[in-house]
Design a protein around this ligand. Structure first.
Ligand code: SF4
Length: 191
């Protein structure tokens, strides 16, 4: 006995009546949309999770570091962003807050710590000295930490108050959630 086709049940779809015809343009577009939507949603979820679980590395260099330490206090409470755990090992951290001037002697260890951090990783240059050398325009101080690592956010000030650092962190979270790649991807692998 011949197997009954859908058309035999009264369905009048073009695909059913036209043997061998593939899916219609609408169905193809719908399929693409579904896959695009699925990927976009997953990407957004990953970026959201990354921004809500950033762990900073403990790396204070000078006076700015005192202001950086304040962000874990109850007054500023960085735990609200899921990042109260300052890690003592770069292998457990994905955010390097360079707070203070970087002497040339310190440049190599800083770069080593940066290299030991797992990707994706981000860098905040906190204060005038880390961003540009600040008032120390001399032969001992690196004129900006972006000479040795790729910086995502610059926080101005001497020193910046903890509120300014918090704003820098929030701006970084916004960038991550918007899908902006880390600075090292934009600037290339070498730096
Ligand atoms: S920017 Fe000002 S507070 Fe920060 S390390 Fe330099 S001199 Fe110190």
């Amino acid at each position: 006995m011949r197997k009954k086709r859908l058309a035999d049940y009264g369905l009048q779809s073009e695909r059913v009546l036209w043997k061998g015809k593939g899916p219609g343009a609408f169905e193809t577009e719908l399929g693409d949309l579904e896959s695009r939507l699925g990927l976009t949603t997953l990407d957004k979820a990953v970026h959201w999770a990354q921004s809500k679980s950033m762990w900073p590395d403990t790396f204070g260099l000078a006076c700015c570091a005192i202001e950086m330490m304040a962000i874990v206090s109850s007054r500023y409470d960085i735990a609200r962003f899921g990042m109260e755990a300052f890690r003592s090992s770069p292998r457990q951290a994905d955010l390097l807050i360079v707070s203070g001037r970087v002497a040339h002697k310190m440049a190599a260890p800083l770069r080593q710590i940066y290299d030991q951090m797992l990707e994706p990783k981000w860098v905040i240059a906190m204060g005038a000295c880390a961003s540009s050398g600040g008032m120390f325009n001399n032969y001992t101080v690196l004129q900006g930490v972006d000479k040795i690592v790729a910086v995502d956010i610059y926080v101005p000030g001497c020193p910046p108050r903890p509120e300014a650092l918090m704003e820098g962190i929030i701006r970084l979270h916004e960038r991550v959630q918007a899908g902006v790649p880390p600075a090292y991807e934009v600037r290339g692998v070498a730096i």
